[in-house]
Design a binder for this molecule. Structure first.
Ligand code: GLC
Ligand code: GLC
Length: 649
């Protein structure tokens, strides 16, 4: 420890001993060991944002007392899990882990309902389940649950905290981890903190960024982007009751929390740890890029946001090391990698982060049938720390924003603006020959930016193919869906399957009939589970059976292929063909080469690609077959086929 960290550690450790007094000696020792082990990380994370304040020491005391109390309250069962995980710190990197993501109400009505569908989750083989926001929200509109009114309560329609605890415990018994959103950048205007602030309590007012007039907001606005330009323009909202402007990055009812105030850190740490003590194992930290504001910048990815995430992660490490943190930062590659911890933060910040760029490249390449941009962009992508993993997805609950920089586009001979325009045209079906059926999300008049909504199946052309009843097109659309899944299952991280994709659920336009949803086209791709449709997965010959079986076979292949563990690096290969995308996973057991055909035609690639990686006896781990080498040392790939090549004599 640094001398400063050591001095403060000595100050706080005595009162901790008192709090822990009733615990058995071994438990006390474990806590102290962990506290000492993570203290430097915690101290370093809290110093830049808070050390200049005169209440820094009392704040540290309060925080450590909170950690100790949370540890005392942690159940024996969860403490055993902590122990197990400390023997297997890379548990979330395992090739055997597959994630499944859903809204509780849309999947099964409520938390109890989820327990009735465990067989379905077993069928998929999910070992990680992300229950979309389920804490009590303000009444609609609430941004799909991302406007939390009470972090201590489950949304009453979904159940209670006890139901959540029971579900976590049941799933844990089956080796399944529960992931929950922690919306920490903002809370609902109806949250108690905001209510107190609005009724004039200055202590609570400090928890938000508020301004008496437009002077400072206007200064900030000069550099701020717009998240919802159509439905919630501007980043500040005038609150009549308060008579002040409030920082609201997202909707006017989502008030940004002022993380510059230590109380916010204390409250959120308390929230996180109390949910961890209910059995939540992974936290999806929502919109973390926005946590810290700095005049003259776009107020994203500020160093203090990283400091705070490191400190928060240290708190979990001390109290509940079984817990993993996942950053939701939909930002540019160079900014994104920071959330997995680079330089001095190596391995200390988040265990997981969404690979937004891979998702965007997948859709972009499907549209162009040209892998140049994908190969070049991902080749330049910084390697992630070995002890972290990506959250990999084909689709999620949000829109697709075409995060392709002008520089990356130019590198592939494209114009960034024109390419993004093309992609929006393509996925709304406006481009000639496009079979995609998406919708525009949030046209930004200032930048002409158009994001896209739509389910995987509809964007992949299935909705159209069914409309025109064309068997060939249906088959190709299914192959595109499976290509996306092969990519996320092999790339290096937790594949996150978004509910419905495994059944090729199409767009659901019913949101247009709901007044509080109709302006938000993201509901187009948040369909309800139809259990009759789901049952058709068992009837051979149906569309559902085909897609479900295809996804299941890929999952099974992943689980028997140790090369796909997330600690194995991912190295993009030049495939000498702009029709295929290839990468290597160099593993002590031998290198795996993944090759994906991004076109509806047969493609060929040279065996040299594999030989250069030391693979001579070519075997495909997906189909479990030896690969036939054609004349001229070429390997043939069927339309949209993926192969995972291994050396197997
Ligand atoms: C996150 C969510 C998104 C939400 C936003 C504001 O990024 O994924 O759905 O609108 O945060 O909370
Ligand atoms: C932007 C934000 C992300 C948010 C999303 C909403 O991508 O970065 O946090 O969830 O928009 O659609």
């Amino acid at each position: 420890m640094s001398p400063e960290a050591k001095a403060s550690f000595e100050n706080i450790v005595a009162p901790v001993r008192e709090t822990l007094a009733e615990l058995p000696k071994r438990d006390r020792a474990i806590f102290e060991l962990r506290l000492a082990h993570s203290w430097q990380d915690l101290f370093d994370g809290l110093t830049p944002p808070y050390a200049g304040r005169e209440d820094f020491e009392p704040f540290l005391e309060k925080l450590v007392s909170l950690l100790a109390c949370s540890y005392v309250a942690r159940s024996e069962e969860l403490k055993m899990l902590d122990l197990r995980r400390s023997l297997d710190t890379g548990w979330f990197q395992s090739e055997r882990l597959v994630g499944y993501v859903f809204y509780v109400d849309r999947f099964a009505k409520d938390l109890k309902g989820v327990r009735d569908h465990l067989d379905y989750l077993r069928d998929i083989g999910a070992g990680y389940i992300h229950l979309m926001p389920l804490l009590q929200t303000r009444p609609e509109p609430n941004d799909g649950g991302y406007a939390v009114m009470d972090y201590r309560m489950v949304e009453p329609e979904l159940g209670t905290m006890d139901d959540l605890e029971a579900l976590c415990s049941e799933l844990r018994g089956e080796g399944v981890s529960v992931c929950l959103d922690l919306v920490l950048n903002h809370c609902a205007r109806e949250h108690d903190w905001a209510k107190k602030a609005r009724s004039g309590d200055l202590e609570y007012l400090k928890m938000f960024h508020t301004f008496p007039d437009r002077t400072i907001p206007d200064e900030y606005e000069k550099h701020l982007p717009e998240v919802f330009p159509e439905t919630a323009p501007g980043n500040f909202t005038f609150d009549e009751k308060l008579g002040r402007w409030v920082w609201t990055t997202f909707h006017d009812y989502q008030w940004d929390l002022a993380w510059s105030e230590p109380r916010v850190f204390l409250e959120m740490t308390d929230t996180l740890l109390s949910l961890a003590n209910r059995g939540v194992e992974v936290f999806r930290l929502d919109a973390v890029a926005f946590l810290w504001k700095r005049l003259g910048t776009d107020c994203q990815n500020q160093p203090e946001a990283h400091d705070l995430l490191q400190a928060l992660r240290a708190c979990s490490r001390i109290v509940a090391p079984a817990v993993a943190h996942k950053a939701e930062a939909i930002v540019a590659p160079h900014d994104l990698i920071q959330y997995l911890g680079t330089n001095s933060r190596y391995g200390k910040e988040s265990d997981l982060a969404y690979h937004n760029s891979l998702m965007v490249q997948f859709w972009s390449t499907l549209a162009t049938r040209d892998t140049t941009l994908m190969t070049r962009t991902l080749t330049k992508f910084p390697e992630k720390p070995a002890n972290t993993a990506w959250g990999l997805y084909v689709r999620g609950h949000d829109d697709i924003g075409w995060a392709i920089t002008g520089e990356d586009a130019a590198d592939a001979g494209l114009n960034g603006f024109a390419h993004r325009e093309f992609l929006s045209d393509y996925y709304t079906g406006d481009f000639p020959d496009s079979q995609a059926r998406g919708e525009v999300y949030q046209l930004n008049p200032a930048t002409a930016d158009r994001r896209i909504s739509g389910t995987t199946a509809s964007l992949a052309g299935l909705e159209y193919a069914l409309e025109v009843e064309d068997e060939t097109l249906i088959d190709l659309a299914i192959k595109r869906i499976l290509l996306g899944h092969a990519l996320i299952l092999g790339y290096g991280g937790i594949p996150l399957i978004f509910m419905g994709d495994e059944l090729a659920l199409r767009n659901d336009p019913s949101y247009l009939d709901e007044p509080d949803k109709k302006t938000d086209s993201r509901w187009l791709h948040r369909p309800k589970m139809d259990w009759r449709t789901a049952d058709r997965r068992k009837q051979p010959g149906t569309l559902e059976a085909q897609v479900f079986r295809g996804v299941s076979e890929l999952i099974a292949a992943r689980k028997r292929t140790p090369h796909l563990h997330a600690a194995t690096p991912t190295r993009i290969l030049d495939a000498y063909s702009n029709r295929v995308f290839a990468f290597a996973r160099p593993h002590p057991l031998g290198t795996l080469v993944a090759v994906h055909n991004f076109t509806e035609d047969e493609q060929r690639f040279q065996t040299d690609l594999a030989r250069a990686e030391g693979i001579y006896n070519l075997y495909d781990a997906i189909s479990e077959r030896r690969i036939r080498v054609e004349t001229g040392d070429m390997i043939e790939l069927a339309p949209y086929q993926s192969v995972w090549i291994l050396d197997r004599p």
